[in-house]
Design a protein around this ligand. Structure first.
Ligand SMILES: CC(C)(COP(=O)(O)OP(=O)(O)OC[C@H]1O[C@@H](n2cnc3c(N)ncnc32)[C@H](O)[C@@H]1OP(=O)(O)O)[C@@H](O)C(=O)NCCC(=O)NCCS
Length: 187
């Protein structure tokens, strides 16, 4: 397994063309998709024909340094989900989005915080990143807790996009958190 990043309990690696089933299974859990699609699974053909090819194309584009990364438990090797560290489309390479989506079986262990903390460190010390942002729905408390534990600051509230308007809590909008390299260094 190629390793992108190691934490105490997790190993992050690049996805490969053989990983469609992992992504399909992850997105088939209504609890995982609750604040992303209102619980609707991602259709398997979308994962195979769009998501996975985009992930692999991202590695080409960013030299394997940025994109979506599969996370596994070091003990036992179980797939726990993915993390993202990725610039906006057409955005500068030194401003990247942080995100995470974990299998329900892996929740509640501090994994999202552990993986994100290590990604922030890598972004600011190795990848030349100057600013990291993260977005979630206002009501996604678990996701916001992670951002707050990472020392990120709430900088904006945003309306949720039209295609997410049917999701429970959408009327409360979304939140944008960010942290700069200077803030991270002072934390
Ligand atoms: C959000 C998610 C990544 C959290 O993963 P995790 O590994 O369980 O997160 P952590 O254990 O690192 O931290 C979660 C924090 O939120 C808290 N929390 C978890 N679920 C919660 C809930 N429903 N309500 C309030 N707080 C909650 C935890 O107690 C923890 O805080 P603490 O350390 O202060 O106790 C995981 O639930 C997930 O993948 N959800 C589905 C996808 C998703 O919503 N991704 C974010 C979209 S922006």
């Amino acid at each position: 397994m190629d390793t992108y990043l190691d934490t105490e309990r997790l190993a992050l690696r690049h996805f490969t063309a053989d990983d469609a089933d992992l992504l399909i299974e992850l997105d088939s859990d209504p609890q995982v998709m609750r604040y992303l699609s209102g619980g609707e699974p991602t259709p398997p053909e979308i994962v195979r024909e769009r998501y996975l090819p985009n992930i692999l194309a991202g590695y080409q584009k960013w030299g394997g340094n940025l994109g979506l990364f599969a996370a596994h438990e070091k003990a036992g090797g179980a797939f726990v989900g993915w993390f993202i560290l990725r610039p906006a489309p057409q955005g500068p390479l030194d401003e990247v989005e942080l995100g995470y989506r974990l299998r329900r079986a892996a929740w509640g262990n501090g994994y999202a915080t552990e993986g994100s903390r290590a990604l922030l460190g890598k972004a600011f010390t190795e990848l030349g990143v100057r600013r990291v942002w993260a977005e979630t729905m206002t009501v996604n408390r678990a996701s916001r807790n992670i951002m707050e534990k990472l020392g990120m600051t709430l900088t904006e509230t945003t309306p949720v996009p039209d295609d997410m308007a049917m999701i429970e809590g959408a009327e409360h909008g979304g939140v944008l958190y960010e942290i700069t390299k200077e803030q991270w260094a002072r934390r």
